[in-house]
Design a protein around this ligand. Structure first.
Ligand code: AHM
Ligand code: MG
Length: 337
């Protein structure tokens, strides 16, 4: 792309406003603020390796301030980027037990943001990619500062969702329901630049499965049979490769670019699975669907699962449509949970 055609996220959002009635004004503001928060988080994530030299979490830094854990820091940054915008009624974060109404001192709006500020944060110490995930809904309650019901909406009702990947470069990928677009942070400009317009799962997809296989002994029969098929140990399967980073955003991003399926099943130790429906599964499901893929809990499309708890967990199968369908076929034989 020539320098004169650099398309920043701000310009792209404004262009999109004209096409998408929902994204007029409010949604653009919210996404711009999330992009700003992502730049601040990215800067700190890149410095994380220096934490041991400059002081670990709980210590004081050179300015005599207490060093925060990065996930707590990321949570504050996103919250503060959004609290005063006048666009939100409330927020919910994986880091907080209850939903967070916008404080009385700030104006409110018609939207709700749910987020996982720094997913995979146990990977920070070993320099592995981590991410932020976000989901945006319209407020449905009458309350000016939101209510629990505003946060407990199905994925199908999201108006926007996306993630930020802090990897070899920092990328922000989002959808407002008209395709999926990816932006790469240019550190020299301090801007997210459109690098991946209209992202789609490739067809045919690469045959890649992504799962923590160390939990094999805890899996259901259907889950074991599916992986056996992919390894060529059952039926006429085989031909698959395996990739598992253990950092959801990074595993999902690879799956989106290359194709395949990411799986975090229920098992005997985690009967509901590990991942969170509202902060992880539903937003990525919206992105997946908009990119031509899909997500399932093994029986029901993630987009249609009705949440009853803010921190509800769910099994997750997400990626290329044909492999998520295949997972549902295999799991159909399992006894109902
Ligand atoms: P976290 O929300 O505590 O960071 O955990 C979520 C992470 C995901 O990024 C990843 O997909 C999963 O946990 C890996 O779990 P496991 O180590 O059990 O394979
Ligand atoms: Mg998480």
């Amino acid at each position: 792309m020539s320098q004169s055609h650099v398309h920043t996220i701000s310009r792209f959002l404004i262009d999109q406003e004209r096409l998408n009635r929902e994204s007029r004004g409010a949604l653009t503001d919210i996404l711009q603020e999330i992009a700003l928060a992502a730049k601040v988080i990215s800067r700190e994530v890149n410095k994380a390796g220096l934490a041991e030299i400059l002081g670990a979490a709980g210590d004081e830094n050179v300015h005599g301030e207490e060093v925060q854990k990065l996930d707590v820091f990321a949570d504050r940054v996103i919250y503060r980027a959004l609290d005063h915008t006048g666009r939100l009624a409330c927020m919910a974060s994986e880091e907080h037990e209850g939903f967070i109404p916008i404080p009385d001192k700030f104006p409110t709006g018609d939207y709700v943001v749910l987020f996982d500020p720094l997913d995979g944060s146990s990977n920070i110490d070993v320099n592995v990619s981590i991410g932020t995930i976000f989901s945006i809904h319209r407020k449905i309650s009458g309350g000016e500062r939101g209510a629990l019901e505003d946060c407990l909406q199905t994925g199908r009702r999201q108006v926007a969702a996306g993630y930020v990947l802090y990897g070899s470069s920092t990328m922000m990928v989002y959808t407002t329901g008209s395709g999926v677009h990816g932006f790469t942070l240019d550190p020299s400009l301090g801007e997210f630049i459109l690098s991946h317009p209209d992202m789609r799962f490739p067809t045919p997809p690469m045959k890649v499965y992504s799962i923590n296989e160390a939990y094999f002994s805890r899996w259901s029969e259907g889950q074991r049979r599916m992986v056996a098929y992919m390894k060529g140990e059952e039926g006429v399967g085989g031909g698959f490769s395996s990739r598992y980073i253990g950092s959801l955003v990074a595993d999902f991003h690879r799956t989106l670019l290359r194709g395949g399926v990411f799986m975090y099943p229920r098992d005997t130790k985690s009967p509901e699975g590990k991942l969170r429906l509202l902060y992880e599964a539903a937003p990525l499901a919206f992105v997946a669907e908009q990119a031509g893929g899909r997500a399932s809990d093994g029986r029901t499309d993630i987009m249609d699962v009705v949440p009853c708890d803010l921190h509800q967990r769910t099994p997750l199968y997400i990626g290329s449509r044909e492999f998520v369908d295949m997972a549902e076929e295999y799991l159909r034989e399992d006894p109902a949970p």
